[in-house]
Write a protein that binds this ligand. Structure first.
Ligand code: PLP
Length: 464
């Protein structure tokens, strides 16, 4: 690859992604004799001590959305009761689809859904999005005979939409964003054609935490009779409480005519353990196209509402229990704390010379700079123990605020560290950034070649 040395990139990534690699610690075959329970717990505890410190201290962007000990202990108790359940067998465990129906109903009530809303619990945001895209493809094939489907995606939409396009042979039609990092409505209007199956908007998007204008996009969708998917994977459990928390907010959910589906992640700000998200459709006609059913298999009657076959019941139970444990009141309180923390950080960043915010976000906050290389600030923050997300086009980095950042002293420390990092960069104390060449390459070279490059890195990660 031009301008970038694969080996030097791998060397940088080695310490970060394969820190335990050494001949003696890597298993290459199954041991003949089993290892004792104590020894296994000991091995895991050693990794946990190293890996659980940063997020506990609130130094990680996103990733762990709650993480307080009492809730984790409660989840352990649930696991003990339901560890063997499998949603694939509703005859053995009919409580699992009951919990799923209730999760769908509770989520729909947060999204102002009517009685007709149908949906399912998937394994995460990506699966919910894959399902919605496959559903639109099949629905519009039936309704309008579209065989070369296209979906309109803001450039800020999560990569899982492009993954869906790759998996399900849908053509992505990328539209840009305006100066506020929100989907460009005019471009969306121009790009709709006879093959369009849907328009996507995010509330908020991952890179900049900005909110696409759902009402405007949905109006186009309704007018052209195409689907409108709202990606509330990040925002689904905060957005409903933004107004109550005293912040300005536009309509984004089923109360907007034209919104036909919504994804919202219970395993993010729903505070459930990893492994669940909800996909909702305005009516059952869409949902019907998500279901796989086979009544003539030699192995008997087979059906799945989502992509997977066997589905552990535990994450579903835990998501259901989280929603009941917190109730609207609990989510409202958490949302307020996170939004107030975002407000503090936004105001503080605005007052630091040399950096600026991307758009007008609420709690996923991206920092950019006209004065210096933001990747150097990001590097200086990494040296101070922060694990933030790098952004490209434009270069920058973000923090997705969670419950961890609402703990005492964390937001003040973040702002102090940004300020001193900016000064360090300005005074020439930060010379290079380990990730900058990779991000620089991503923005300078054609997408196809950088994607191939990244695939080689992934192959390296998954080889012994
Ligand atoms: C806006 C948005 N959509 C979708 C996803 C995908 O979610 P998951 O990682 O659970 O598959 C994410 C993940 O961060 C996201 O931020």
């Amino acid at each position: 690859m031009d301008g970038i040395n694969f080996d030097s990139v791998l060397k940088e990534l080695q310490t970060e992604l394969k820190p335990y690699d050494s001949a003696e610690s890597n298993l290459s075959k199954m041991p003949e004799k089993g290892v004792g329970e104590e020894a296994l717990l000991d091995i895991l505890s050693k990794f946990a001590i190293k890996e659980n410190t940063s997020w506990r201290q609130g130094k990680v962007s996103g990733a762990v959305y709650y993480g307080d000990e009492p809730l984790l202990t409660f989840y352990e108790k649930l696991y003990h009761i339901v560890s063997q359940t499998n949603a694939l067998h509703p005859d053995i465990w009919p409580s699992i689809p009951k919990f799923e129906r209730e999760i769908v109903a509770m989520s729909s009530s947060l999204m102002n859904g009517g009685d007709g809303v149908r949906g399912a619990v998937s394994s995460g945001g990506t699966e919910s999005i894959l399902l919605a895209m496959k559903t639109y493809r099949d629905y519009f094939k039936k309704i309008k005979g579209i065989v070369e489907p296209e979906i309109i995606l803001p450039s800020t939409a999560h990569p899982s939409f492009l993954k869906a396009c790759e998996y399900f042979s849908i053509k992505p039609v990328i539209i840009g964003t305006d100066e506020g990092f929100m989907a460009n409505v005019e471009m969306a209007k121009e790009k709709v054609n006879a093959n369009t199956i849907g328009i996507v908007g995010s509330v908020p998007n991952f890179p900049f935490g900005t909110f696409d204008p759902i009402e405007e996009l949905a109006e186009i969708a309704e007018d052209k009779n195409v689907g409108m998917h709202v990606d509330a994977c990040l925002g689904g459990f905060i957005d409903p409480f933004v107004r109550d928390s005293g912040y300005r907010f536009k309509k984004f959910d089923f109360s907007v005519e034209g919104v036909t589906s919504i994804s919202m992640d219970t395993h993010k700000y729903g505070y459930a353990p990893k492994g669940t998200s909800v996909v909702l459709y305005r009516d059952g006609e869409y949902f019907r196209n998500q279901i796989y059913a086979n009544a003539s298999w030699q192995g008997g009657i087979y059906f799945t509402p989502t992509l997977l076959g066997s589905r552990p019941g535990y994450p579903i139970v835990a998501a259901w229990a989280a929603m009941l444990l917190l109730g609207r009141e609990g989510y409202r309180k958490e949302a307020k704390k996170i939004l107030d923390t975002g407000d503090f950080i936004k105001k503080s960043i605005k007052s630091i010379s040399g950096v600026k915010l991307a758009g007008d976000p609420l709690w996923v906050i991206a920092t950019l700079s006209d004065e210096m290389d933001p990747y150097l600030i990001w590097e200086a923050m990494t040296k101070k123990g922060w694990m933030l997300n790098g952004l490209s086009n434009p270069a920058g980095f973000h923090i997705a605020l969670t419950h961890r950042h609402t703990l005492d002293g964390v937001k003040e420390k973040f702002v102090d560290d940004i300020e001193s990092s900016v000064n360090d960069v300005r005074n020439g104390k930060v010379k290079s950034s380990s990730m900058a060449p990779i991000y620089g390459m991503a923005s300078a070279l054609p997408k196809e070649s950088t994607d191939v490059f990244l695939k080689s890195v992934v192959e390296w990660l998954y080889s012994q």
